[in-house]
Design a protein around this ligand. Structure first.
Ligand SMILES: [Zn+2]
Length: 81
């Protein structure tokens, strides 16, 4: 079982599909067991989705600071907790 700190280290690769299967499974398991990390993953994915949507919908008015800020806010929230 991963600790939250370990999961934190793996998370970007986990969401980015960059992990070996067994590590991915460990992360998946942690998300299933840990409400805080599950919440964090959801927020992170939503931020990425927002970023994608923004890039899809807007041509020259891309608010590229928005997803960055959301991600940073989520990270800050996570680190404090
Ligand atoms: Zn956790």
């Amino acid at each position: 079982m991963l600790t939250c700190k370990e999961f934190d280290d793996f998370m970007v690769d986990y969401l980015g599909d960059g992990l070996p299967v067994w590590q991915k499974f460990m992360c998946w398991l942690h998300v299933k067991m840990c409400r805080e990390c599950a919440y964090f993953v959801r927020e992170y994915q939503r931020a990425i989705e927002l970023g994608r949507t923004a890039f899809d919908d807007l041509d020259d008015q891309v608010p590229d600071s928005v997803p960055e800020e959301l991600i940073r806010a989520a990270l800050a929230h996570r680190r404090k907790g």
